[in-house]
Design a protein around this ligand. Structure first.
Ligand code: C5P
Length: 225
């Protein structure tokens, strides 16, 4: 039995990596599997929410009843997320968004020019999707509850606390190391204004259900989306 703690709510989840194209053939991405975000989407749906899943390039089936928007780049993900969060009451950012994209995109395949010199790539910083949404009017007015994730290779608790403050969000979830990708298990550190709480190692779907319950307990009970 699943209590429908998110009935009547619209939840938006970002998941997976982004892909930043260099030319029609190549690009830059990362090892995010999307499993945590997809598990959260499923858990939110089971809790009665209407769910929009903004997914980077991943090899995962869409959870039944979830609206999925596929994107490639961080810019596409930002646009899809801004659109979806207009009617949402909860935003959960699990995506491993590329911090940088190539400064230019070549319409044609970049070729070796025979000089033996490799091309020099320049990058520009991508917008922070979570920060942008968290600074938006709906989040500021308390109508959109924003949750961020942090994957760190050291000092998780300190980084997670600092990140929560910097992004101005009520809840930040740290992935407790070691950093592994595509695993079915994880353990999480929940950081809010009151302190930290650990969700011990468990399958991602089980952690996702616990996280959904934690979020439901923190949002105003009255009102609709
Ligand atoms: O600052 P950092 O990238 O470590 O923060 C991670 C959190 O911010 C995650 O929730 C991630 O989904 C989100 N993020 C984002 N857009 C970016 C970078 C990170 O939404 N460009």
């Amino acid at each position: 039995f699943q209590p429908k703690v998110l009935a009547g709510r619209h939840v938006v989840v970002t998941a997976g990596p982004t892909f930043e194209a260099l030319d029609p053939i190549r690009g830059i991405t990362n090892h995010s599997s999307g499993k945590m975000g997809f598990s959260i989407a499923r858990a939110a749906r089971d809790a009665g929410a209407e769910v929009t899943l903004v997914a980077g390039p991943v090899h995962l089936p869409t959870p039944r009843g979830v609206r999925r928007v596929d994107v490639l780049s961080a810019r596409d993900m930002l646009e899809a997320t801004l659109q979806a969060t207009r009617s949402a009451s909860i935003f959960i950012a699990t995506a491993a968004v590329a911090d940088w994209r190539p400064a230019s995109h070549s319409e044609q395949k970049i070729k070796k020019d025979g000089s033996g010199k490799p091309p020099v790539l320049e990058f520009v910083e991508n917008d922070d999707i979570l920060l942008t949404v968290a600074q938006g009017a709906r989040a500021k007015a308390g109508q959109l509850f924003c949750v961020g994730f942090a994957a760190e290779s050291e000092n998780l608790e300190a980084h997670a606390k600092a990140k929560r403050e910097r992004k101005g969000i009520p809840l930040l979830v740290g992935n407790i190391g070691p950093l592994t990708f595509g695993q079915d298990d994880n353990s999480l550190l929940l950081v809010d204004a009151h302190g930290v709480r650990e969700l011990p190692r468990a399958p991602k779907l089980s952690l996702a259900r616990d996280l959904v319950a934690e979020i439901a307990a923190r949002i105003p009970s009255a009102g609709s989306r």
